[in-house]
Design a protein around this ligand. Sequence first.
Ligand code: 26Q
Length: 822
Amino acid sequence: PVRVEDDRTGLNIETLKRAFLDNLFYIQGKFPDIATQNDYYMALAYTVRDRLLKRWLKTAQTYTEQGSRTVCYLSAEFLLGPHLGKNLINLGIYDDVQQAMEELGLDLETLLEQEEEPGLGNGGLGRLAACYLDSMATLEIPSIGYGIRYEYGIFEQDIRDGWQIERSDKWLRSGYPWEVPRPEWSVPVKIGGHTEQYTDERGRFRVRWVPHHVVMGVPHDTPLLGYQVNTANTLRLWRAEAAESFDFDAFNSGDYVGAVHEKMVSENISKVLYPNDNISQGKELRLLQQIFFVSCSLQDMIRIMEGQKIPLEKFHEKFVVQMNDTHPAIAVAELMRLLIDDHCMTWDQAWGITTRTFAYTNHTLLPEALERWPIALFKKLLPRHLELIYEINQRFLDDVRIRYPEQPQMLSQMSIIDESGERYVRMAHLACVGSMAINGVAALHTELLKQGVLHDFYEMYPKKFNNKTNGVTPRRFMVLSNPRLSRAITERIGPNWVKHLDELKKLESYVDDPNFRQEFRQIKFDIKQELATYIQQNYGVAINPNSLFDIQAKRIHEYKRQHLNALYIVTLYNRIKANPNIEITPRTFLFGGKAAPGYYTAKLIIKLINAIGDVVNRDPDVRDRLKVLFLKDYSVKFAQRIYPAADLSEQISTAGKEASGTGNMKFAMNGALTIGTLDGANIEIREEVGEENFFLFGMTADEVYARKAQGYNPYDYYQSNSELKLAIDRIASGFFSHGDRKLFQPLLDTLMHRDDYMLFADYQAYIDCQDYVGQVFQDVDRWTRMTILNVARMGKFSSDRAIRDYCEDFWKISPVPIEIEE
Ligand code: 26Q
């Protein structure tokens, strides 16, 4: 082979070193003496990217030649995390590259640290999309992820004086080596204006949409390589750009500055990720983002079909389109528009295709997260879509009328248009009507959907409903993030578990093996010690690696109840103050997570945690038995360090509120035990690991509803529970706020008088359960046994299992292996 060829594909250590130095010189324009760590990171990233490319192109070529059926995963968020380490793992060259770098006097860990992750998501939903893309590539399933290339991802979080401060996330600042822009496949997206009816040359009734303006979507592609396969699928993210010819020539000639202003407005569409998690904000720009990426993606699919000479009538045979929540649900109307207005199909033909194409995943039961758009806004931005939605709705309501002739209230309940007050488009209803399949993300969640929010749709279309419990990728969240644990596992049961996570079961036979137990404990201890060092260096707080590491890391939300955790900390502190010699298990409470910038109560919870930490961490009476830290700027990168260091995973949402949770899975896979409610996937985790290996507390979802129905009065709990009263009073007294009694009053007032998330009702059960956790932790043998069994029984929660289920149940897609001749 030619020398250049070899440098870009070869995997042996000498070649890797040569290629790396070559990229340092020719891409970064540096020689080693003056190169920064970032230059070295970039050189390595390009070296890895070169090795992805032949697999990526071969994958694309194979799919094109075979005209493979393809999953299109539509998501407003993809929270990928850093690429470099994952690609090294998936290429199977992590250790060799580590050695190559070492031989060049560099440290791979340091280089991996350089990578700025694309934070193009808020939390669970965006991260789930990323795990699913990893599993689809690993399972050799043809797929395209479609989304938005936000210029600013999720904000960077800083803590000042205990408060969250947001800074904009300039993630593209130092260059991003993992994408390839494809301007030649740009597509126009129409916005605003009005519609006109006309009769075409063949005498057919048609509608023409005359937009107010047009925005271009420019695709930026990232290859996503699977684990130990040649498949590299594509993540295609759209960046908004002004349609030059449109603004400059046709309309605004003369008004140059006005035209540039237009350009700016167009480019705003992909400027920033909305930082809300589980709260919908009915903002114009957000609706524009949705139609923008959905229209680009559907047009792209049509272009792909045309390229492969597949007739458009077969759209639903070529593609299945999975909608990640309702954020892309406008796709139902957009596909109808493309098929009818642009491709001349009849209504029935277009509807037949549409309803065989889409599937919808629901991720929440929280009413504030259900998307509805004011009709007026819809009409202004998407006049043609509104007409189509009216038509879809009318035909749908005809079916409802036939189905429920005696129940006229069903019409208003099920209508895609909410007409109870100001009129809205209900996106979940549109998604349900337009999809062949509807799923929740954990067994309980799917049941609650069927009983609650989507009950009427379940009655009408029972066969569409279906559960798909979430999963997470063991490549990133075990192999990459916890190499020592992974090696210890592989030494015992071989390497197959990485692709077949059920094989972790084989670890059960080592649960009494003193050797394995010792190693398991040692690994956890060493990782805790490393985190302790990091915390000492970055926060100046000394923590004891022998203490119980009790971690709650997730978005800050009242329903997730970080403040219940805080109440336990205050309770422990009160016990120590009352009796300084009390025996308690030493604990380190760690928190991480961002609050939506406009969510005042969530921000106050962050302040509370920091305020408690400030007092507890320096009170000599505590004698280092308690430490409380809020770790700033929680991200995928940081999550990978946190999971392996945890002893206890806090999954304490009010039952019925957390659709699934996925952090719960990542902690447990890394040998943490869970303290949790019967909510989301916790229920299934407990079922798998065994109830004796899970710390359960609190009301069930049914009990929550029943208690609410009875009339819940949190104040009664406050008055009758002395420890609870003491904890609340201590906070109210200003003890943690330099005497300021007002600071936490808004939070305490809601708790005492409303307590929507029922912290007080669950308080005692939580306290008791936490005390019990502390006791069990003292019994090292028992604890170790429990943690090993947790790891061994987590097989179900691989995203590979989830993707296989999606494939079999409604995607109807099978693997397409990619052959590369060496
Ligand atoms: C909607 C409209 C306008 C602006 C923002 C939004 C928006 C953005 C993000 C609404 C919701 C989200 C994110 C929701 C989310 O992350 N849900 C989580 O999904 C996980 C994966 O299924 C579950 O494990 C979690 O339980 C669920 O909370």
